[in-house]
Design a protein around this ligand. Structure first.
Ligand code: FMN
Length: 209
């Protein structure tokens, strides 16, 4: 039985390309594996509070305990628990201003926590979320996978770094780009992404054994 954690972050709701592709992915996954378990976390509908001076200590820094730090730690525990229980993270990642939506970045601010999801060792950092993979539905209006745009892609490389830091190196991107390059380019990009969906659906039957 596969456990999926779905993180959505689009601010365009029902119009969202990433949400639409995630819905298709989930419906195809359920057809392949009716028992698949899905935990949904929509970071746009229910945004996480920013990590600030008032609550930072809740995710590990030494400071006097306050209600704010206790609440932050509880939220971080909850989010990390959801990630630990998942076999696959499905991440909806629109490109916003060359990077991640701040709502998605906030999830990582809670989930990357020393002693819980990574450790520093004498040999450097070590990720603690083992035996997991990620599927990222990456959506952008422009072109960043080739040409001059590559240098401006602070979305996919950032996600790779964040995921790798906690031990998730098996990351597949379902990418939609050139959405703003006219109807033909948009239709081609969406068709290519849809065609890729069946390739990334790999039930973790081993997890059920
Ligand atoms: C605040 C904001 C910033 C954006 N910045 C970029 C950008 O830097 N580069 C780009 O190619 N597209 C950018 N876009 C376009 C989105 O990536 C595009 O609309 C995509 O469809 C968003 O995914 P979604 O449909 O799942 O919301 C931006 C959109 C918004 C709302």
């Amino acid at each position: 039985m596969t456990n999926l954690l779905v993180l959505r972050s689009s601010a365009t709701g029902a119009q969202s390309v990433s949400n639409g592709l995630i819905d298709e992915l989930l419906s195809q996954w359920r057809a392949r594996e009716p028992g698949v378990r899905v935990v949904n976390r929509d970071l746009d509908r229910e945004p996480l509070p920013y990590v600030t001076q008032a609550n930072l200590a809740g995710i590990g820094r030494v400071a006097p305990e306050t209600q704010a730090t206790a609440e932050t730690r509880a939220l971080s525990d909850l989010l990390i628990g959801e990630a630990e229980a998942a076999d696959v993270l499905v991440i909806g990642a629109p490109m916003y201003n060359f990077g991640l939506p701040s709502t998605l970045k906030s999830w990582f601010d809670y989930a990357l926590r020393a002693g819980r999801t990574f450790n520093y060792t004498a040999a450097g950092p070590e990720g603690l979320l083992r035996n997991k993979r990620a599927i990222v539905v990456s959506v952008r209006a422009g072109l960043y996978s080739e040409g001059a745009g590559v240098a401006n892609d602070h979305q996919e490389p950032h996600l790779r770094t964040l995921l790798s830091f906690v031990g998730i190196d098996d990351v597949e991107f379902v990418r939609v780009e050139k959405l703003a390059y006219g109807d033909e380019a948009r239709a081609e990009a969406l068709a290519a992404a849809r065609a890729q969906l069946p390739e990334v659906i790999r039930p973790s039957f081993a997890a059920a054994a």
